[in-house]
Design a protein around this ligand. Structure first.
Ligand code: NAP
Length: 238
């Protein structure tokens, strides 16, 4: 009897890091389920159109995860960034960024965990950011990403006895649409980021995808509760 293919759900999978991860995992034999608002032209697996910021749509997606076949992996990759100085942030904006970044990760993990427990195996990865170490203009985004890293550690401790690991991957600046919208080529934002990266370049989305894929693998079974910075050395000496 052949063992079933590992099954992964990736949020924010239509482009950027999420899409690169989908392509990589599919090439390694994973059954991939992607989620984003818009279905991409090509995708190596099933794709579910869902606005993760809509509570009703998110609840529907979570219900389908809970009712479906167990996931081997869950990658909470979707994230929402805002450019702002701390002094300008209003509470409604701050809490809306926290909600957008945290609610899908929380509810999808809650939906996936019972199936993972029953299977005695599971991998959860949250995609966070190097900005959790401190970065100007990222007040609410950095707070949300730091909370995601904390959430991974809580899941790690609570589920350690069930064969389930939870970790975070914190990318440095990565050449995706999200980065370019906030930091056009030659902009002060791009300069600020590159000045922090000893390698002096942006990451390729595939470089972040490989780190996530490692934490999803059976070989990473003794690693849990970690945040893996994939940042070209940006954290060094800080
Ligand atoms: N790029 C960087 O420099 C960088 C650095 C550190 C951390 N990160 C983190 O890495 C993750 C991926 O970023 P990325 O740069 O790959 O982003 P990206 O290229 O902009 O892709 C974002 C993905 O999220 C989807 N998305 C956006 N809004 C959505 C919503 N309301 N509901 C469902 N899906 C939605 C997009 O598709 P649709 O528009 O079709 O919905 C797309 O698939 C994020 O968590 C980000 O914070 C990125």
């Amino acid at each position: 009897m052949t063992s079933p293919r590992p099954r992964v759900l990736i949020t924010g999978a239509s482009r950027g890091i999420g899409h690169a991860l989908a392509v990589l995992l599919a090439s390694r034999g994973w059954e991939v389920i992607g989620v984003a608002r818009n279905v991409p032209g090509t995708f190596p697996g099933q794709f579910i159109a869902c606005d993760l910021v809509s509570p009703g749509a998110l609840a529907g997606l979570a219900a389908s995860v809970a009712d479906g076949p167990a996931l081997t992996g869950l990658v909470n990759n979707f994230g929402l960034a805002r450019h702002e100085m701390l002094g300008d942030v209003t509470w409604p904006e701050f809490s809306s960024v926290l909600t957008a970044n945290l609610q899908p990760a929380l509810q999808l993990a809650q939906a996936a965990l019972p199936g993972m427990r029953a299977a005695g195996h599971g991998r959860i990865v949250h995609v966070t950011s190097m900005v959790t170490r401190g970065h100007p203009f990222r007040t609410s985004y950095a707070a949300a990403k730091a909370a995601l890293e904390s959430l991974a550690r809580t899941i790690a401790v609570e589920e350690a006895g069930n064969g389930i690991t939870a970790n975070a991957v914190a990318p440095g600046p990565t050449a995706t649409e999200l980065f370019r919208v906030n930091n056009p080529a030659g902009s002060p934002g791009e300069h600020r980021y590159l000045a922090q990266v000893p390698m002096g370049r942006l990451a390729d989305p595939a470089e972040i995808a490989h780190a996530i894929a490692f934490l999803l693998s059976p070989e990473a079974g003794f690693i849990t509760g970690h945040t893996l910075f994939v940042d070209g050395g940006a954290g060094l000496g800080r």
